[in-house]
Design a protein around this ligand. Structure first.
Ligand code: SF4
Ligand code: SF4
Length: 66
């Protein structure tokens, strides 16, 4: 799956839900301010996006122009 999770840091409330549900250990809140996604581990399953109470996780296409 050629997608990965992307967090809007301005909206993230650092609740840690994404880290709790991620089956790959790709999501973490390392400094307590916002979630960080390890894109090398992320498989784009979308579980974190569905679980996020702030709605600030989107799935981005890998390789898309930014
Ligand atoms: S679940 Fe959403 S609000 Fe909570 S830490 Fe993850 S990205 Fe931030
Ligand atoms: S999309 Fe899936 S693998 Fe990627 S960070 Fe979210 S829960 Fe983890």
């Amino acid at each position: 799956m050629a997608r990965y999770a992307s967090v809007d840091r301005a909206v993230c409330v650092a609740c840690g839900t994404c880290a709790a549900v991620c089956p790959k250990g790709a999501a973490a809140v390392p400094d307590g301010r916002w979630a960080v996604i390890d894109t090398a581990r992320c498989v784009g399953c979308g579980l974190c996006a569905r679980a996020c109470p702030a709605g600030c996780v989107a799935l981005a296409e890998r390789g898309a122009a930014v």
